[in-house]
Structures are given as structure tokens and as C-alpha cells.
Design a protein around this ligand. Structure first.
Ligand SMILES: Nc1ncnc2c1ncn2[C@@H]1O[C@H](COP(=O)(O)OP(=O)(O)OP(=O)(O)O)[C@@H](O)[C@H]1O
Length: 257
């Protein structure tokens, strides 16, 4: 069974068709990137997959995560699916983490509530996960404000890994980080993830670091898809060419003598 199947997904926000008929299949364990210009509909697609569309958005079509249909699903179904079948790492984890709760307890929470671990077993596993994502001993006791942005994103990644869902959705997980910290976090993601992945990014370096496949979104529609190496070296659609050219143009300017 695929980890994710989108069939004619449409998302209308304030009367505007922001996602306009997306078909996509992510096989079990596959890593897909979703790229596109600002406003193309990437985040709304990711939110639909994670069962987290904003109230103003109305989705039609089909979003199947494992064997669960999310479009039109009851709140209880969405709640049961989140964490178990799909989990999200968002752009700004500071908003996802509770400011007053030590991060170890926040990583332990899904282990207790989704996987039924005892408090002690969950705390031990949370320590292991925090170490696995490269955080130093003792991080579990820290509150989010005591950590750097990069460390908080690692905590968010550890919490997502704790869910052990079949599909991880990561929406620009490195957008708020400086390039060195971002590169480390992507390397960590690459090492730690064993499930299927949908990575939303505008950063082609991030895409190539983690994903095997890519879909290009333009005005709410997928205009090109395929293996990352093929799409980036031989882009067929003008939107893909524009994204690739923009990334290539980041060459230092040399001053005329
Ligand atoms: N909560 C919302 N209310 C109203 N309009 C929204 C909302 N969320 C998104 N939109 C609109 O839907 C369109 C798609 O937005 P989306 O955030 O999915 O784009 P994106 O491709 O992720 O862009 P970016 O790369 O800039 O994050 C945009 O025109 C945006 O303004």
C-alpha cells in the first residue's frame, strides 16, 4: 500500500483555487520533494496531507494516507491519523513546541500516548532520540527558549521520529536556519528517517540532500515529476527551468579588474 495517494486534490482558500487538481503517489519508504515558486500551493498541499488545513481552506478530491481518507474525514479520524500514519515537521518548530514543558517530555509524549510506553520507558527512548538527532546530554531537561533555533528544529525532528508514522511531512524544515545548521539538520534527517517522506522546499540543495523523487508545483498543479537527478539536470517545464536557473545563478560575482 502506498504511504500517500493524492487524487485530484483541490484546496480552495477564500474563493481562490490554491491547489488545483494534484495527483501524486508516494510509495512506502519513498522520499519525495515538492518544489515550486512562492504561492504555488506547496504548504497547503502539505497541510492537506498532514490533516492540518486551516479553517478557511476547503479541500475536495482524495488524500489517502495509508488506508485512511482524510478529505471530508471527521475530526476524530484526523486526530487518530496524525502522529500514527502521518506526522509533520513544520518550518518553525518554536510554534509547535510548548514553551513551558521540558523538551524531553514533549518528545516522550507521543511515545506514551501513541505507543503506550510507560513514563520511564518513554523518557529513556526520548533521551535516545534526542541523542540520535545530535543533541547533547541533558537537552531533555531544557525548555524550548533555552535552545537555539537549530536545536529546537532537532527536537521537533526527534518528536516526529518518536511518532514512528509511515509518512513524515516536512514543510521547509530548515527555512529558519542558517546554511550550516540547515545542512547538518538535513544530514540528520537523511540518516534518521526510515519512513516515506514528503519534503516541501524551495531549496534545491535540501532536495538533493534528502530526496530521490521530485514533483514541481506551479499555480496549484504538478507540472513535472521524476527522479531528482533527471528533473534537475534536464528540466522539461519552464517553471522547473526557472527554479534550476535561479539556483545556478548563485555564483559569486567577480569584480572587473
Ligand atoms: N490561511 C490562508 N488564508 C488565505 N489564503 C491562504 C492561506 N494559506 C495559503 N493561502 C494562499 O494560498 C496560496 C498557496 O499558498 P501556500 O502557502 O500553499 O504556497 P507555498 O507554495 O507554500 O508558498 P511559500 O513557498 O511562499 O510558502 C497562496 O496564494 C496563499 O496566499
Amino acid at each position: 500500500m502506498p504511504a500517500l495517494e493524492l487524487l485530484d486534490l483541490r484546496v480552495v482558500v477564500d474563493g481562490h483555487p490554491a491547489v488545483d487538481g494534484v495527483d501524486m503517489v508516494v510509495g512506502a519508504g519513498e522520499r519525495w520533494g515538492l518544489i515550486g515558486a512562492s504561492g504555488a500551493g506547496k504548504s497547503l498541499t502539505a497541510a492537506a496531507v498532514a490533516g492540518l488545513l486551516p479553517p478557511a481552506a476547503h479541500a475536495t478530491g482524495s488524500v489517502r494516507v495509508g488506508d485512511t481518507e482524510l478529505v471530508g474525514a471527521a475530526g476524530s479520524t484526523l486526530q487518530r491519523t496524525r502522529g500514527r500514519a502521518v506526522t509533520l515537521v513544520a518550518q518553525d518548530s518554536a510554534t509547535a513546541l510548548h514553551p513551558l514543558v521540558p523538551v524531553g517530555r514533549q518528545v516522550a509524549a507521543p511515545l506514551r500516548h501513541l505507543h503506550g510506553l510507560t513514563r520511564r520507558a518513554a523518557a529513556t527512548r526520548a533521551d535516545d532520540l534526542l541523542a540520535e538527532v545530535g543533541l547533547p546530554d541533558g537537552t531533555a531537561r531544557a525548555r524550548p527558549a533555552q535552545l537555539s533555533g537549530g536545536q529546537r528544529q532537532r527536537v521537533a525532528l526527534a518528536a516526529a521520529l518518536a511518532c514512528d508514522a509511515d509518512l513524515l511531512v516536512a514543510d521547509e524544515p530548515t527555512a529558519a536556519l542558517d546554511p550550516t545548521v540547515a545542512r547538518d539538520l538535513l544530514a540528520q534527517l537523511d540518516r534518521s528517517i526510515h519512513s516515506a517522506l514528503l519534503l516541501v522546499t524551495h531549496d534545491l540543495t535540501a532536495l538533493t540532500a534528502v530526496c530521490e523523487h521530485v514533483a514541481v508545483l506551479d499555480h496549484g498543479r504538478i507540472v513535472e515529476r521524476g527522479p531528482v537527478a533527471t528533473v534537475l539536470t534536464d528540466p522539461q517545464h519552464e517553471r522547473t527551468r526557472a527554479l534550476v536557473d535561479a539556483a545556478r545563478s548563485l555564483v559569486p560575482r567577480t569584480r572587473p579588474a
